[in-house]
Write a protein that binds this ligand. Structure first.
Ligand SMILES: Cc1cc2nc3c(=O)[nH]c(=O)nc-3n(C[C@H](O)[C@H](O)[C@H](O)COP(=O)(O)OP(=O)(O)OC[C@H]3O[C@@H](n4cnc5c(N)ncnc54)[C@H](O)[C@@H]3O)c2cc1C
Length: 510
């Protein structure tokens, strides 16, 4: 990975302004005075993203002495440059798309919807500030957490150094998260580019944008900027976006991006970037064919790498890998039995809910002698494109790899009354069960509100309800969530065996 000069990455983006004052006051108050350290903490937490915050709050609630160390801002990636700002912008982009679709609903709108990019960014900053109140430094202090701002590194198996101060612990949690993976493209660093750490600081809408990477971040933000009016291109090295998702779900995202005017380059590599006449010129190779594009800005979103650098994990005897992160067992213990890890720094699935859930496992296992396993959790996730793609449990290919026979029940959203009335017919609900029974193995939902809908399937899986039970749940009518009931009904119909049907027919003919 190339070393990138900060100025090049920053790419003309403005530093925080007055509208960020409330967020910064909550997440990194000026003139913070560190508390006098205890002789030893029951739990020392490094990193105050979703994982570190969840662990610190839970441990303090249990009455444990807790030290929490953050080098940047409380809230981590999720609050400051991930989930919250991206979802706030997605909401504006969705409104714009709905407005442009107004005539189909009998609503006259001007041919060109007036769009104020700085106002949309200001709304996003206000929302981030509001959400930051829950993660504020003062709230942590009130909960009894000892909060230290500084960079932590291990100085021994049970000690951590924070900018010259030594803290001793009984148990520690590494929750240092992840950072953007930077592509190794000749000329990119010199030309300058955006990542999730800088894109939310843009003050001017780029007229044209090249997004490199077709994972969740790339797809979500490509759609946002296309809807905002940037000429947007997306380059992805594989044949379909969202490589982890089922092919038909990924295809729907591709179709949706194309409808929004995103220029799609699949099986594509950016081979070189250069500056020409104030623009960035990128050379792409698509399926062996060369293409050149000229853009104002480039956003990279090719993945995340665990933040293990500078922690001096060797001093604590914690095994790690630069790509996979801190090595943990199913109880989230590292190779040093006093030290645990949670969240992006050690897990394959890098999501806020996963980070928080794993942190709570650590609190139970480290402080309450628990034996909770990470693999026992059922965790849904969602990509917030329009339509959204949500998933929980096993994919069909995973079930096959484990030799589990699968039967799938699918309902297209165009067969769901509420999706028809809402004009939101793109997508499907697909539920996989173990063949011969109704045990739910997993589900994929593509729908405008798939992220909301997937939760009822997670609930069923966690509580051991089968698909038959979902068929018995009366849903409010008309709702898009009723698609789940329709899939369950399809399952229930398969339980009507031919012999039972023959008996029923005979009964009616009596
Ligand atoms: C653009 C974008 C959108 C996203 N959207 C979603 C979404 O919609 N839903 C979802 O579930 N997930 C989403 N994610 C992922 C989510 O943000 C992360 O999975 C989550 O923040 C991980 O939490 P964490 O606590 O493990 O790490 P982080 O949030 O990365 O926090 C780690 C913290 O540790 C601190 N730290 C690191 N090293 C040190 C050190 N040596 N000393 C002291 N402090 C240190 C960092 O400063 C940081 O504050 C998104 C991510 C991005 C980039």
């Amino acid at each position: 990975m190339p070393a990138v000069p900060f100025a090049a990455v920053f790419d003309g983006v403005q530093p925080p302004g007055p509208e960020d004052a409330e967020r910064i006051a909550n997440t990194r108050p000026a003139g913070w005075r560190s508390p006098r350290p205890l002789s030893r903490y029951h739990l020392l937490v490094i990193g105050a993203g979703p994982a570190g915050l969840a662990a610190a709050r839970a441990a303090a609630t249990l009455g444990a002495s807790v030290a929490l160390i953050e080098r940047h801002e409380l809230g981590g990636n999720s609050l400051n440059d991930g989930c919250i700002p991206s979802k706030a912008l997605i909401r504006t982009a969705r409104l714009l798309a709905d407005m442009r679709n107004g005539p189909n609903f009998g609503v006259a709108v001007p041919a060109e919807c007036p769009f104020d990019f700085p106002a949309a960014m200001l709304r996003m900053r206000r929302i981030t500030a509001r959400v930051s109140r829950g993660d504020s430094a003062m709230n942590l202090v009130r909960a009894g957490v000892h909060l230290f701002f500084g960079t932590a590194r291990f100085s021994g198996p049970d000690t951590v150094d924070v900018d010259g101060l030594t803290l001793r612990f009984k148990k520690a949690l590494i929750a240092t998260g992840s950072r953007s993976m930077l592509p190794d493209i000749p000329g990119l660093a010199e030309a300058g580019f955006l990542t999730n750490e800088t894109v939310f600081d843009l003050r001017v809408l780029p007229k044209s944008l090249l997004v490199i990477g077709g994972g969740p971040l790339g797809c979500e933000l490509a759609q946002v900027f296309a809807r905002f009016g940037s000429r947007t291109l997306i380059s992805h090295s594989e044949p379909l976006f969202l490589p982890q998702e089922e092919r038909d779900a990924a295809q729907m995202v591709s179709d949706a991006l194309a409808r929004d005017g995103v220029e799609i380059h699949l099986n594509s590599t950016v081979t070189q970037v250069r500056i020409e006449g104030g623009s960035k010129v990128a050379e792409l190779v698509n399926d062996g064919n060369a293409a050149t594009t000229r853009v104002d800005a480039i956003l990279t979103g090719i993945g995340r790498v665990p933040a293990v650098q500078g922690l001096d994990l060797e001093a604590a005897g914690v095994a790690y890998d630069a790509q996979a992160g801190v090595q943990v067992d199913d109880f989230l213990r590292t190779s040093n039995r006093r030290i645990y890890a949670a969240g992006d720094v050690c897990l394959r699935h890098k999501f806020t809910n996963t980070a928080e859930a794993s942190a709570l496992i650590v609190v139970r296992n480290a402080l309450l002698l628990g034996r909770q396993r990470m693999s026992a959790l059922t965790i849904p996730w969602c990509t917030y494109t329009d339509p959204e793609v949500a998933h929980v449990g096993l994919y069909v290919k995973e079930a096959r790899q484990r030799h589990i026979p699968v039967k799938t029940f699918t309902v297209p959203m165009h067969d769901v009354d509420r999706a028809i009335t809402d004009g939101e017919e793109d997508g499907f609900v697909k539920i996989h069960v173990r063949e011969g029974g109704d045990t739910i193995l997993g589900a994929t939902i593509v729908a405008r509100h798939a992220g909301e809908m997937i939760n009822s399937i997670s609930l069923a899986m966690v509580t051991g309800l089968g698909l038959q039970a979902l068929a018995n749940v009366v849903h409010a009518y008309p709702t898009q969530g009723a698609a789940i009931r329709q899939a369950a009904d399809a399952y229930a119909r398969t339980r009507l065996s031919p012999s039972r049907l023959v008996l029923a027919h005979r009964w009616w003919r009596r």
